[in-house]
Design a protein around this ligand. Structure first.
Ligand SMILES: [Zn+2]
Length: 691
């Protein structure tokens, strides 16, 4: 797997703040409802209102929080990717918001004890923990500018509801002691707060941290209060007999403007994607509205993701990993998974796995750095394994090797950089030369002999049995290259790469063995042990430029990466996750028909773009990586040794992936969900940095 440091996420810039207000309905400090008679807010909401006492006997609706990649549109509307359910738990998970450093998602979670607490989900570790476990219930967390506290609605022991500040550590404190009951809030500037004060009707009141009392500026409002990005104004929803409208309030001038009618008569929740773009939803559909226009435009329908009834929305600050939209929705029941009985239950021998890892990740392979003698020895061994399990050769000129012209470039010495580690991208391997892909053998021929080496992918084939489907190809891939030799740590200088990714290569051999024993697959299955993954995807790029069978006939890539250790986050022994699960139909197809498979719950790690699958995915082929990497500290160190693997766990996973492979070879073609396919790579203007 590729080091996260080498992954460069596109940086997004928020559009400038809009110049003009479109609807200058000047209303000075309002003292009467804007529209018609007040209605009972709480009777209209389907979600649990914030003021529900903690002892409510009726259990709140089961809702989950989903993360959706959001691409700002600038002057146009934003685009959305596929939603990932990050709470995936029975019960109430709701009211998402983000930390300002974009590393955490906060949400309200009601657990077994009917107690609601604010949970903080870490994008990188996938773990969610309470900010503070309290006796009281808290709702509607919103991070402070410095991310050192969250502001929450707390339901106190006597059911009083007020705005509290809850620091990351230390005792919470009430913010406006005399203002109650408060349901929702937004911060307009350092000292000005907009508060939804419960009552009949609910009112919008403005409070100042340095002043006593509040000022009521609107009546019969909805729960969705937000600061308008880049301004000191807040937006709120005005409810009335004529409909619901999103309004803007300026505390400095007391001006209220009507922005737009809500998406539907029960779309109470909105969020600002930027200073001129609102998002809202109805059912499973997401809509955007641009300031200066009169209507909402549908930008996504998440019905395919088995969710409905979208309510709350939140947008993250633009960060290194892009921008996120969080939504609350009701997960729909899926049909129970039925592992296919059509296929034999393959018995995978853990001893065979351990033997294979001991050799492929042994010291004799010298860390399998692309273009090194150790890498050539590894290719030779893999070739022999492919042959012995009965794969037909798929490489150059009737061999198993697909050769690749590589130039060795002198190492770049970065003082102090990653001392003692081999590093991910290419240049930090101690004194090792850096391999660079060449476009052609003609270019290779012109190099001095000492700078040119051959790399190779190792390719084996099972020809499909079906006269029609046999022309289609299922790719199974894993990279066999690793980081080579680095500065010694405790006498060890060889990066054995047992987990990364000898484990994936061994799975290729064991799956091939299993498939050769069972019924012949309908589609052609091509096994590729890939080189150059750790140095920029050299092997994948070469395969894409020189495919064994046409890419147009290649229906899927199942990539195997780091399955040697159980991952406690997904249930431990024998369990695996799929990168980019939510992006295509592949994950659901496999988990319903073949194996225990769940989404990758660490989107902050960007695993989908950190292995060879991304090359195939960018070429349009549904391509994902199966893994059980649990962020162990031996990753990309000399400690990723053969004696650290769990062969029994691997055998269990491979037994399932063999069935998954059979299903992919015989069953329906996976397809991308809307917004799920990654964009084709942009041509590089500058060469990649040597990390
Ligand atoms: Zn790696």
């Amino acid at each position: 797997m590729l080091c996260a440091m080498t992954v460069t996420a596109s940086q997004h810039r928020r559009p400038e703040f809009a110049r003009a207000l479109i609807n200058a309905t000047l209303v000075a400090a309002m003292s009467a409802p804007l529209f018609g008679a007040p209605s009972l807010l709480l009777a209209q909401t389907t979600q649990r209102p914030a003021n529900a006492p903690a002892t409510t006997p009726a259990s709140p609706p089961s809702t989950d929080v989903y993360l959706v990649p959001l691409t700002p549109g600038g002057a146009a509307l934003p685009k959305v990717g596929a939603p990932l359910n990050v709470t995936h738990r029975a019960g109430y998970d709701n009211q998402p918001s983000f930390s300002n450093d974009s590393k955490y998602l906060f949400y309200t979670s009601t657990r077994e004890d009917a107690q609601s607490d604010i949970y903080r989900y870490n994008f990188s570790t996938g773990l969610a923990v309470p900010v503070q476990k309290t006796k009281e219930s808290e709702y509607s967390a919103f991070s402070t500018a410095a991310d050192d506290a969250v502001t929450v609605i707390r339901v106190e022991a006597d059911s009083t509801q007020r705005l509290w500040r809850m620091p990351n550590s230390g005792a919470p404190s009430v913010m406006f002691p005399s203002v109650k009951p408060v349901g929702y809030f937004a911060q307009a500037d350092d000292s000005t707060w907009a508060l939804f004060v419960l009552g009949q009707p609910a009112t919008l009141q403005i409070a100042h941290t340095n002043r006593e009392g509040t000022e009521t500026v609107a009546r019969n409002i909805g729960r969705s209060l937000h600061r308008i990005p880049g301004t000191k104004r807040v937006s709120f929803v005005q409810k009335g007999a004529d409909g619901w409208f999103v309004m803007s309030f300026d505390p400095a001038t007391k001006t209220i403007d009507t922005l737009v009618a809500t998406v539907s008569k029960n779309s109470e929740d909105v969020v600002w994607a930027d200073s001129t773009t609102l998002l809202s939803a109805t059912g499973s559909k997401l809509f955007a509205w641009k300031k200066g226009t009169a209507t909402w435009t549908e930008i996504g329908d998440f019905g395919y993701a088995s969710l409905n009834s979208i309510t709350r929305l939140a947008v993250s600050p633009a960060g290194r990993g892009g921008q996120w939209l969080a939504i609350t929705a009701v997960p729909l029941k899926r049909p129970a998974a039925v592992p296919s009985r059509a296929y034999p239950d393959d018995k995978i021998d853990p001893r065979s796995i351990q033997r294979g890892i001991d050799i492929l990740a042994g010291d004799a392979m010298e860390g399998r750095r692309t273009g090194s003698p150790g890498s050539a020895r590894a290719a030779q061994w893999l070739m022999e394994q492919f042959k012995s399990v009965g794969l037909a050769p798929g490489g150059d000129s009737g061999t198993y090797l697909q050769n690749i012209p590589i130039e060795l470039v002198a190492p770049v010495n970065i003082p102090g950089a990653n001392a003692g580690r081999a590093g991910g991208g290419g240049g930090r391997g101690g004194s090792q030369p850096r391999p660079r892909a060449l476009q052609s053998w003609a270019a290779w021929d012109t190099l001095p002999a000492e700078r040119r080496v051959k790399g190779s992918n190792v390719v084996g084939i099972i020809k499909g049995s079906d006269p029609v489907l046999g022309n289609e190809v299922v790719l199974v891939t894993a990279h066999y290259d690793h980081l080579g030799i680095s500065n010694p740590i405790a006498g060890d200088s060889i990066n054995n790469g047992a987990d990364d990714d000898a484990s994936g290569c061994i799975s290729l051999i064991e799956m091939a063995r299993a498939l050769r024993k069972g019924p012949r697959p309908k589609r052609t299955v091509i096994f590729v042990a890939i080189t150059g993954e750790e140095v920029g995807g050299i092997g994948t790029s070469w395969y894409l430029a020189h495919p064994i069978r046409p890419l147009a006939n290649t229906v899927v890539d199942l990539n195997m990466e780091m399955i040697a250790r159980p991952d406690s986050l997904v249930g431990g022994f024998g369990k695996a996750w799929l990168t980019g699960y939510e992006r295509s139909t592949m994950g659901d197809l496999l988990s319903a028909n073949a194996m225990d498979l769940v989404p990758d719950l660490r989107p902050g790690q960007q695993f989908f773009i950190r292995s060879d699958n991304i090359g195939f995915a960018s070429a349009g082929i549904p391509a994902h990586t199966i893994s059980s990497f649990n962020l162990h500290p031996d990753y990309h160190t000399v400690r990723d040794n053969p004696n650290t693997i769990d062969a029994a766990h691997m055998a269990n996973v491979i037994s399932q992936t063999a069935r998954a492979l059979r299903f992919l070879a015989d069953g329906p073609r996976p397809t991308w969900h809307p917004g799920g396919q990654p964009p084709a790579p942009q041509p590089r203007v500058q060469p990649p940095r040597g990390n």
